[in-house]
Write a protein that binds this ligand. Sequence first.
Ligand SMILES: Cc1cc2nc3c(=O)[nH]c(=O)nc-3n(C[C@H](O)[C@H](O)[C@H](O)COP(=O)(O)OP(=O)(O)OC[C@H]3O[C@@H](n4cnc5c(N)ncnc54)[C@H](O)[C@@H]3O)c2cc1C
Length: 340
Amino acid sequence: MPNIAVIGAGVNGVASAIKILEHYLAEGQPTSVTIISEDFTPNTTGDGSAGLWGPYLLGGTPQSKVYKWSQSMHRFLEKIWLSEDAGEAGVCLLPCIRLNTSTVNTVEDFWRNIVYGAQDLTADQLAAYNVGRSVKFTSGLSFVTYTSEPVKLLPYMMKRFTRNGGKIVRQKVEDLDVLIADSGYDVIINCSGLGSRKLLNDEQMYSVRGQVSRVKANWIFSAVLDESDDGNYIIPNTESVVLGGTHQERDYNTQVCERDRQLIVSGCRRFIPGLEHTESLFDWVGLRPGRAELRLEAERRGRKLLIHNYGHGGSGVTLCWGCADDVLDLLLAANITSKL
Ligand SMILES: Cc1cc2nc3c(=O)[nH]c(=O)nc-3n(C[C@H](O)[C@H](O)[C@H](O)COP(=O)(O)OP(=O)(O)OC[C@H]3O[C@@H](n4cnc5c(N)ncnc54)[C@H](O)[C@@H]3O)c2cc1C
């Protein structure tokens, strides 16, 4: 059986590691899977995010692939939501409204048959959101989907991984070639997110800075998202509500910016004035792993197999289970046991 290492303990690394481990277990072929990572939950990029299902900021990644990967995640979340694990994994079913101010495009909805009950907003419904706004919303979509806040989903997934014999090593990989050449791993799955910029000298990788504010508002039970460039969003999780947010390309500042905070809070209050009376919990910044196109492919390095799975932009949670399907397919297609 191949000896496999997964670099990265974000949603993509952990999903890929579980998918591989559980596949071999189901086949009755125990294998060794190790997650090697500099940081673990609660210190990965997803940990501050609301984990709302929805494709976002994916560069030129083909729509057909995004559809397939995100559908797989939706099914995975549905399965968890229907199980006894839903509370522990932080998986919630949530009504959502997406709004758009564009006069050219309507709300992007190539995924509308994946979510539940998608319906375009009527003119009257749109008018209700447009009261007092100078820039009017021109289209809107209402639907129901899942949130899976990584700060709960990741510990659940890590537990599932280690319970099945998965191993964990806390280590920063400084040189990928050294790991490939000198370690006993036959297969290395690279899920290092923005870390791939340095690890692989991948100039196509860039940060998409995201700042959010968390507030205590346990009276909000639906999400609203303005898709315009400087649009705000409000997404409830189990114990707090996420107010967003920024998407600043090639900005590597991980400090909370007061000006961004003001824009987030005031913008969200325009949607729900009652937010003025909520308790502020904390502000958070994460750097999304932006890329011209998500990279999911295999390459040979001598006798070893290297599979890349990084560049998930603003959708790493939405795509992780579907991308892990493809990681497993690439691994099995390489027929690694007989060739190495
Ligand atoms: C404000 C904000 C809101 C978001 N909201 C959503 C949302 O609602 N829904 C959604 O789907 N997505 C959302 N995202 C995007 C999502 O969080 C990311 O796409 C996702 O977390 C990327 O996961 P990843 O596993 O690919 O990378 P990461 O989570 O960045 O994990 C990379 C891992 O690799 C490790 N690593 C890196 N380099 C090395 C190295 N050299 N050696 C060892 N380990 C290394 C790191 O320590 C880390 O464990 C949001 C992001 C932000 C910032």
